[in-house]
Design a protein around this ligand. Structure first.
Ligand SMILES: [Zn+2]
Length: 249
């Protein structure tokens, strides 16, 4: 169990450099290693990072890592309610907010942090639902999000499943195929996933991604599955968010 009081007695700090720009964070070693198996191996194993007490993570996104640090220190992931009128297209702000959750998801998988990965999944799913409610755009998902996730996360990944379901439904409902051509060419795995999802949807062998319990898209290899009480709270919170958006327009 996480023991914050140890921080006041050990006080050992490690340096973490993130992204090509080498943005530097100073983080309590005990807390970081308690939260992440990746950092535990790096700083408390026999690697040079353990001797030097610093690590370079050039492949991670600094903005996403900033939210990761807040999360490590106990703050929940932050989001905003989409804020443009019904019927308009989502703006760059909505695009970037949703993209940030994708980047946090990829970073969490890389750092072996299932809880954060699941939180980012939930936030992305809620945000996409609120975009649908706000802009009246069904199953909206940006090709850049898909491309990023497929290029920066390992399979099998529930996020792949989630995105492929949304895109399959968008293609079936609105014949939206053109925007996906280049992503499918670059990510054959994505093309295969979408084709399989279209087949399942046509046979009604799978639910809409938004109708599934949240835990369907979680990873629980090292963590306990969500309890039904937890899921009830999550569903209620998600419905309240969508309702809040709907009542504004
Ligand atoms: Zn779960």
């Amino acid at each position: 169990m996480l023991n914050f009081s140890r921080l006041t007695t050990s006080g050992d700090i490690v340096k973490v450099y993130v992204g090509e720009i080498k943005k530097l964070w100073y983080i309590h070693e005990d807390l970081l290693c308690e939260r992440s198996e990746y950092f535990k191996k790096a700083f408390q194993g026999s690697f040079k990072e353990g001797q030097e007490k610093e690590i370079h993570l050039t492949e991670l996104d600094p903005k996403a890592f900033g939210q990761f640090v807040d999360w490590v220190y106990g703050a929940p992931l932050q989001t905003t309610v989409p804020n443009t009128g019904r019927g308009k297209a989502p703006s760059a702000t909505e695009f970037e907010q949703a993209f940030l959750f994708c980047k946090i998801y990829a970073a969490a998988q890389y750092l072996c942090m299932e809880n954060l990965q699941n939180d980012a999944m939930d936030m992305y799913s809620s945000y996409m639902q609120s975009i649908e409610a706000c802009f009246n755009i069904s199953w909206y998902v940006a090709s850049a999000h898909v491309e990023y996730i497929y290029n920066n996360t390992n399979r099998p990944s529930p996020m792949h499943d989630f995105m492929a379901r949304l895109v399959a439904k968008a293609i079936l409902r609105a014949s939206m195929t053109g925007q996906w051509d280049s992503v499918m060419e670059q990510c054959p795995a994505f093309a295969i996933d979408v084709v399989l999802k279209i087949q399942k949807l046509q046979k009604r062998g799978e639910n809409d991604a938004f109708d599934e319990p949240r835990c369907t898209f979680h990873v629980h290899e090292r963590t306990a599955k969500c309890s039904s009480d937890q899921l009830d709270v999550e569903i209620a919170t998600s419905r309240r968010l969508v309702q809040r958006v709907r009542t504004r327009y």
